[in-house]
Design a protein around this ligand. Structure first.
Ligand code: ATP
Length: 568
């Protein structure tokens, strides 16, 4: 939990200010019953009007100071709790950015959203509650007990009996609701996951007329969430009338036994009133602490979930080496990779090299492991066995930043960010000039953009699949890199556009290019083509070497022959 508490460290001063304000507030609140008692026993008994006025004024002053102190407590506690949530969100976010595919598979993306929003909000509100009630309650409780005892009555046992009653009630409620707090957060994850899936899949849902099915699916989870919430809150709310009943019974007991003592002359009427007020304050503080214990499990659940993100061990760790030569060679040596949740290896015993000024291509059927190979190069995941070398040394030994700066990676799914064309292009090279951007756009055949300020919606949803691919190719080639990895990112382009872009890629002279594709036209002129089947390289060579000699390659060529002819 150390990491969860860390953001509070620079707020110690403010926490101390909260504590000071609380002490002032409690001191003022504790004086009020005594003043009331004095008004009754001295002012009213002796018909001393001036005493009543003076004491009343003192009471007003105390109430005013207490109110100011409350404002101070609220001000600082909201500052500390919001600041804590802000800092924690920042820490969680920067940790998540370091996650590899492995960690993202372990804690799902939807759960990460819930953890960095809902769970941190829970921690924020509980923290505010700690300052405003949990620090306040023991001060008020202990102060009231001392004051009640100072009155010298023999009614203190009534407070003790009430205390036992409160504890029994609280234990019953805690035992009943405790297991459900974890369930609530898990259903919250489920709601998040389902809504995300439905929102992303709206076009498919409509096209397949699946609205009713999806509505039903969402309704079920929503109902489940509602039922658990109702159960928890019903149990918590039933406590309120029971506690009020208990408090009223306590007052009845004080009045009943106090009246006897008053008749015997061993207690003054004002002291009974003060005793009732102090006892009420004691019970109220028990209740506040009790309410906290009911919410505590919720805090623990949220705290554990956020802590899990913060303490997740990163499978991809930074190396030490910084110097990588100009245009080095990357070599795969007997590399295999198994996804954590799958039983067998996705790629097996892969060996090949990416050399400067050479184009390597990978072709193979759907799910044969092409993207998995590419993801290993910028270390989005590390091999399960074998090694990848750069300059003859394992890539794990190099600083991630240095390694990734050498590589331009265009993923299979064109991902654009909300903003404009320029901001998206700057992701590829953060100091690119407008001229460089325009040149890259021209190389990638982006002829549909009117100006660099043109808006890009979230995920690039205002562009077609092929347009998004062209924009992400432009972003990939804007900067100078030693390796350009293109993961099937020509698939939505027409043959002519693809040919024009590939011609322009020849300008990336000294660099090494790796193209993954299922289309022969994309890879036909590569220096080396690797044919992948079922995670293994089954053949390699140039197009002319493979045609006729490699059965699978020839089969792919034959199925695509028509378009090939059109191209030649
Ligand atoms: N995150 C993952 N967890 C578990 N298995 C995965 C994961 N990603 C991919 N796989 C599995 O690994 C295999 C290879 O996937 P990969 O994406 O590398 O194939 P591919 O050749 O690029 O396919 P495609 O041409 O369809 O893009 C697939 O069978 C897939 O089910």
């Amino acid at each position: 939990m150390k990491k969860l508490i860390a953001p509070l460290k620079n707020k110690i001063g403010q926490i101390f200010a909260i504590f000071l304000f609380l002490v002032v507030q409690v001191y003022c609140d504790l004086t009020l019953p005594q003043y009331t008692s004095d008004i009754v026993d001295i002012g009213i008994q002796n018909a001393n009007f001036q005493f009543i006025i003076d004491t009343g004024m003192m009471m007003l002053l105390m109430v005013a100071i207490s109110a100011l102190a409350t404002v101070g407590v609220s001000y600082f506690s909201s500052r500390v709790s919001s600041g804590y949530a802000k800092d924690l969100r920042k820490i969680v976010y920067s940790k998540v950015l370091k996650f590899s595919n492995h960690e993202l598979n372990k804690i799902s993306r939807s759960s990460l959203i819930t953890r960095s929003t809902n769970d941190i909000n829970q921690l924020q509100s509980v923290l505010a509650m700690i300052f405003t009630t949990i620090l306040f309650a023991p001060l008020l409780g202990v102060g009231s007990i001392i004051k009640a005892f100072e009155l010298g009555t023999n009614l203190s046992w009534i407070i003790f009996v009430t205390f036992i009653g409160v504890v029994i009630l609280l234990v019953i409620v805690i035992v009943r609701v405790l297991p459900y707090f974890k369930v609530i957060q898990e259903i919250m994850d489920k709601i998040n996951r389902t809504s995300r899936e439905i929102l992303i899949g709206i076009p498919v849902i409509k096209a397949f007329v699946r609205q009713d099915y999806e509505e039903e699916k969402f309704r079920k989870i929503n109902e489940e969430f509602y039922d658990v919430n109702i159960y928890v809150f019903r149990n918590m709310l039933i406590m309120l009338p029971l506690m009020t009943l208990l408090m009223n019974l306590m007052i009845v007991l004080i009045l009943y036994f106090g009246a006897y003592d008053a008749m015997r002359g061993s207690i003054l009427t004002g002291d009974i009133i003060a005793f009732i007020q102090y006892s009420t304050q004691v019970v109220t503080s028990f209740l506040m602490i009790g309410a906290f214990f009911i919410i505590l499990p919720r805090l623990l659940v949220s705290g554990r979930r956020v802590n899990e993100v913060l303490t997740t061990d990163l499978t991809i760790t930074d190396g030490e080496l910084t110097d990588i030569s100009e245009n080095p060679t990357i070599e795969f040596k007997n590399v295999s990779y198994k996804y954590p949740n799958s039983e067998k290896e996705t790629i097996k015993d892969i060996s090949f090299s990416l050399k400067p000024s050479k184009t390597t291509a990978i072709i193979g059927g759907t799910g044969s492991g092409k993207s998995t190979i590419l993801n290993l190069i910028p270390r989005l995941q590390d091999p399960s066995s074998g090694e990848i070398l750069i300059d003859g040394k394992n890539i794990k030994l190099f600083k991630l930043k240095g390694l990734r700066d050498k590589i331009s990676f265009t993923p299979q799914k064109a991902i654009l960010f909300q903003g404009d064309i320029k901001s998206n292009m700057l992701t590829g090279k953060n100091d690119a000039t407008d001229e460089e951007i325009e040149n890259a756009l021209k190389m990638a055949q982006v002829d549909f953009v009117s100006n660099l300020k043109e808006e890009v919606s979230q995920g690039g949803s205002n562009y077609s699949g092929g347009q998004k691919q062209r924009l992400s190719i432009a972003r990939a080639i804007i900067g100078k890199h030693d390796f350009y990895l293109f993961d099937d990112c020509f698939s939505a382009l027409d043959m002519n556009t693809e040919r024009l872009i590939k011609n322009n890629l020849k300008n990336l002279k000294d660099s090494s290019i790796l193209i993954v594709s299922q289309r022969i036209s994309t890879i036909i002129d590569a220096d080396e083509i690797l044919v992948i089947d079922n995670g293994e390289i089954i053949d390699r060579g140039t197009h002319s070497e493979l045609v006729g000699s490699c059965e699978i390659y020839t089969e792919i060529v034959n199925t695509q022959i028509d378009s090939m002819e059109a191209l030649s």
